[in-house]
Design a protein around this ligand. Structure first.
Ligand code: HEC
Ligand SMILES: [Cu+2]
Length: 337
C-alpha cells in the first residue's frame, strides 16, 4: 500500500548524493569533520596489511630457507643448539614494530586534533534532541521569532561548519552521519557538542548509533547539504507559520487539533504539543517516522490510522478516526508545506 524507504534512502530525494550505493559507508567521506579520520583508517589498514605480509614472508622464509639440517629425520634426532647472534633478531623485529606504532600514534593524535573543532567559527547552530524514535531539530535564530523546529531532516548550507548541540529526551541515543563524521552520544540531562560540514551538496544518511529500544533501527535521519541560496530559501520557508486553513480543510484542522494537537505542533494554530515531531512543514520532508516511510499520501494515511502496525512501540497511538475523518485530517496535512 505504501512504500517503505529502501536502501539507499537517497533515491527518495531525486538528486544524486555523494555515495548513492553505500549511503552508510564511512570509507568515503565528504567533509573536514570526517576526512582526516578516513585517511587514518585507510592508512592503518594499509599498514596492517604491510605488517601481516612481512610476517608471512618471514615465516615462510624461516620454514623453507632456514631449515635446521637433519630436521627431516624427525624432531627426536635434532641436535639442540643455539647458534650465536640470534638476539639481534629481537632488535630487528622491535625497531620496525615500534616505528609502525609511533607512526600510528602520531597520525591518530593529528587526526583527533583535526576533527576536534572546525577551523572557522560555525555558520549555524542546530539543537538536535534524540527521542524514542525520532530526531527533534531546533534552529535557534537571533530573535525568538527567528527560531523554528523540524524533525529528522537536517538542512545545512554546503561548505560551512555547523555546530550540533546534542540532547536526549528519554534514553541515550547517538548521532551518526557516517559520511560527515563519527558518532557522538546524546545523553539525557547533558548537552554534547559536535559539528558537521559537507563539502559537496547532497543527501547524507544518518542513523541512531546507540541501541535505544525496540525501534532503534528505525531511527534514521538525513542531512541535506544545500547550496547557500537554497538553504536560505528553505530556512525562510520553515520560519513561516502554517497558512490559514482554507474552508475545505477547516473540518480536517478541527479534527487534527482535537486528536493530534496534544502531541504535535503546527505553528500559528492551536496545536502546540511537543511529544511528537513538529508538523508545521511536514510536507516539505521526504520521509516520515525517522526515515522509515516515504512521505506519500498512502504512507501518511497508513501511518496515521495505525502507526503501531508499522513501528510497534512508537510513541504515537493508533487513532479511532473514521475513514472520512482520516481523509479530512490528511487533506489538512497536505496544506502544511
Ligand atoms: C500521544 C502523542 C501523539 C498523538 C496523539 C499523535 N501523534 Fe503523531 N507522532 C507522535 C510521535 C511520538 C511521532 C514520532 C514517531 C516516530 O517516528 O517514532 C509521531 C509522528 C507523526 C508523523 C510523522 C512525522 C514525521 O515527520 O516523521 C505524522 C505525520 C503524525 N505523527 C501525524 C499525526 C496525526 C495526524 C495525529 C492525529 C490523528 C497524530 N499524529 C497523533 C505522537 C503522537
Ligand atoms: Cu536512538
Amino acid at each position: 500500500m505504501f512504500t517503505m524507504v529502501r536502501f539507499p534512502v537517497a533515491a527518495a530525494f531525486g538528486h544524486g548524493p555523494s555515495s548513492t550505493a553505500w549511503p552508510m559507508s564511512y570509507l568515503t567521506t565528504a567533509g573536514p569533520r570526517a576526512d582526516p579520520v578516513t585517511a587514518l583508517v585507510w592508512g592503518l589498514i594499509l599498514l596492517s596489511i604491510a605488517v601481516s605480509f612481512l610476517i608471512a614472508v618471514l615465516v615462510v622464509w624461516g620454514v623453507l630457507v632456514r631449515r635446521v639440517p637433519g630436521s627431516d629425520e624427525g624432531v627426536a634426532s635434532m641436535a639442540v643448539s643455539r647458534p650465536a647472534g640470534g638476539l639481534k633478531w629481537i632488535w630487528i623485529g622491535l625497531v620496525p614494530t615500534v616505528g609502525a606504532l609511533v607512526v600510528a600514534l602520531i597520525w591518530t593524535i593529528y587526526a583527533i586534533r583535526a576533527v576536534d573543532s572546525p577551523g572557522q567559527s560555525p555558520a549555524l547552530t542546530i539543537e538536535v534532541t534524540g527521542h524514542q524514535w525520532w530526531w527533534e531539530l531546533r534552529y535557534p535564530g537571533s530573535s525568538p521569532n527567528a527560531n523554528f523546529t523540524s524533525a529528522n531532516e537536517i538542512h545545512i548550507p554546503v561548505g560551512e561548519p555547523v555546530l550540533i548541540e546534542l540532547k536526549a529526551a528519554d534514553v541515550i541515543h547517538s548521532f551518526w552521519i557516517p559520511a560527515l563524521g563519527g558518532k557522538t552520544d546524546a545523553i539525557p540531562g547533558r548537552t554534547n557538542l559536535t559539528w558537521i560540514q559537507a563539502d559537496r551538496p547532497g543527501v547524507y544518511r544518518g542513523q541512531c548509533g546507540e541501541f535505544c529500544g525496540l525501534q532503534h533501527a528505525h531511527m534514521a535521519l538525513v542531512v541535506v547539504a544545500d547550496p547557500p541560496e537554497a538553504f536560505e530559501a528553505w530556512r525562510q520557508a520553515q520560519l513561516r507559520p502554517a497558512p490559514q486553513a482554507h474552508d475545505t480543510v477547516r473540518a480536517g484542522q478541527a479534527l487534527f487539533d482535537a486528536h493530534c494537537g496534544a502531541c504535535h505542533t503546527v505553528s500559528g494554530t492551536a496545536a502546540g504539543g511537543i511529544v511528537g515531531p513538529d508538523l508545521t512543514h511536514v510536507m516539505s520532508r521526504s520521509t516520515l517516522a525517522a526515515g522509515m516511510l516515504r512521505n506519500t499520501r498512502a504512507a501518511r494515511l497508513g501511518w496515521i490510522s495505525n502507526p503501531q502496525a508499522l513501528k510497534p512501540g512508537a510513541r504515537m497511538p493508533a487513532t479511532d478516526l473514521s475513514a472520512r475523518e482520516l481523509a479530512g485530517v490528511e487533506s489538512y496535512l497536505e496544506t502544511l508545506r
